[in-house]
Write a protein that binds this ligand. Structure first.
Ligand code: ATP
Length: 294
């Protein structure tokens, strides 16, 4: 679904590349975390996938399209394939929740009657059916992020990119957002999530790509946030240094964890042990704290 082939990116004012010779493939239906210190190149990589920036060298392919070769007039079509959620929500402040979600469909030319029927469905999906006529400043940060997720997902993109989606949220709300993204993944969407949230990455145990100074330094199938660096050469066995408290492969196409034993990893949020309450129970490995989905 996503192919990065020897991708480098220099910003005009940069003294070093923001990305340097990055190669990775992400298959359809995978859930992948993108981690690394501030400035390591995570947002740059996501911007290349959205064609907000172009690679200086190398090739970026999304859903079979060489992103650099897409003519400008067809970039909106790429953005139909790739939904995006940001740390700062990026909602339109003077439009209602429903209008914010509808806007995403309007710009891709969906007919009014379709918009009228699927916007309420999208808001129900994120647990905000009753807030359809509220304005963003009447919502909590977590609710605003739910709206942003509904907006990103309402057009049913094949890929969802999330750039630090829990960065402004408390631990409990972060877990709720994680459940939502996991539910979207379980529905078949490829998800790539850049994050600094170590507790979520450690609890989920999904594939982890780690950048450092623009270089890909780790690609680990069921990694933690800062698992000991794993050499990228496939002949060298993974040494995660941690035991998995459940059977690998249980609970999802990318080897998602079952809830048992994982809850402790995010127990600091105070929601450990509540697994199973939401419609995505057992899928994410993160304790469910509110029945937002299903
Ligand atoms: N528009 C830009 N112009 C010039 N340099 C930029 C630009 N955007 C990012 N950079 C530089 O590119 C490098 C990678 O930045 P990027 O925002 O991709 O990192 P990041 O890993 O997403 O960081 P954070 O976790 O803080 O969001 C940094 O050195 C940054 O200063």
């Amino acid at each position: 679904m996503i192919v990065l082939d020897a991708v480098s990116k220099w910003y005009p004012s940069g003294i070093r590349p923001a990305l340097s010779d990055v190669s990775a493939e992400i298959g359809a239906g995978e859930f992948v975390f993108l981690v690394g210190p501030s400035g390591s190149g995570k947002s740059t990589l996501l911007r290349l996938l959205l064609r907000e920036e172009r690679a200086s060298s190398g090739q970026v392919v999304v859903a079979g399209q060489d992103v650099a070769r897409i003519p400008d007039r067809r970039v909106p079509r790429l953005r139909r394939t790739v939904g995006c959620v940001f740390q700062d929500y990026r909602l339109l402040p003077n439009r209602t929740v429903a209008a914010n979600v509808a806007f995403a469909l309007d710009v891709i030319g969906r007919p009014r009657h379709v918009v009228r029927s699927i916007v309420p469905e999208a808001l129900e999906l994120v647990g905000l059916g009753e807030k359809a006529q509220s304005y963003p400043d009447e919502l909590s940060g977590g609710e605003q992020q739910r709206v942003a997720i509904a907006r990103a997902f309402v057009g049913r993109p094949r890929v969802l990119l999330a750039d630090e989606p829990t960065g402004n949220l408390d631990p409990t709300t972060s877990i709720e957002i994680m459940h939502l993204l996991d539910a979207i993944h379980q529905a078949g969407t490829t998800v790539l999530m850049a994050t600094h949230n170590a507790a979520l990455v450690d609890a989920m145990r999904r594939r982890v790509l780690e950048l450092s100074d623009g270089t890909l330094v780790r690609d680990e199938a069921r990694g933690g946030y800062d698992t000991a660096p794993v050499p990228l050469a496939p002949s060298i066995p993974t040494q995660s240094g941690r035991e998995l408290p459940w059977s690998p492969g249980a609970g999802g196409p990318s080897g998602a964890a079952g809830p048992a034993g994982v809850s402790g990893a995010v127990g600091a949020s105070g929601t450990a042990g509540a697994s199973g309450a939401a419609g995505v129970s057992g899928a994410s490995g993160v304790p469910a704290s509110r029945g937002a989905v299903g």
